[in-house]
Design a binder for this molecule. Structure first.
Ligand SMILES: [Zn+2]
Ligand SMILES: [Zn+2]
Length: 161
């Protein structure tokens, strides 16, 4: 029996610690570790609700995400075949990680969307360029498009979560 009494959320459980924010006693199951001590689920929820990002950060994250996505689709060799799928997952995850750091590990659908758009945009860059120069009918080849779609989905899921 602890001297903290019972968990404020579970009257049947002994509290093991106090929430570092609201100081209410919480049980082992409710104590969520954070960088600044343990917090109760209610304070954690409050924190995630206020995890909105500033327009400046969103712009920075979105542009870098777009540029990285676009560059990845353009620069990753086109003849990898099935290995390209693995590369797309790794690159999508890596780009997502970089962008996530840029926006302070917050979640953003907008930034994720821009990053995904970068991957897809990269697949259409070359066809659109040749179309603009009056060369061929714009068409993108199969593998860069596959790479772009997988990279887009993986990076988007990583940034929005
Ligand atoms: Zn709390
Ligand atoms: Zn509890």
């Amino acid at each position: 029996m602890s001297d903290l009494g019972r968990c404020f959320r579970h009257s049947s459980r002994d509290a093991i610690i106090r929430c570092s924010k609201c100081e209410r006693a919480i049980c082992e199951k409710c104590a969520l570790p954070t960088t600044i001590g343990y917090r109760c689920p209610e304070c954690m929820e409050e924190r995630s609700a206020t995890r909105t990002i500033s327009a400046g950060r969103a712009f920075l994250g979105g542009s870098v995400g777009f540029a990285l996505g676009c560059a990845s689709t353009l620069l990753i060799p086109h003849a990898f075949g099935y290995l390209l799928i693995l590369a797309a997952v790794l690159v999508g995850s890596g780009v997502g990680y970089i962008v996530k750091q840029l926006i302070g590990y917050k979640s953003s659908e907008v930034v994720g969307g821009l990053t995904a758009a970068g991957f897809i945009g990269g697949a259409f860059f070359e066809p659109l360029r040749s179309a603009a120069l009056g060369q061929n009918f714009p068409q993108t080849s199969f593998w860069p498009l596959i790479f772009a779609v997988i990279g887009a989905v993986v990076s988007w899921m990583r940034i929005r979560s």
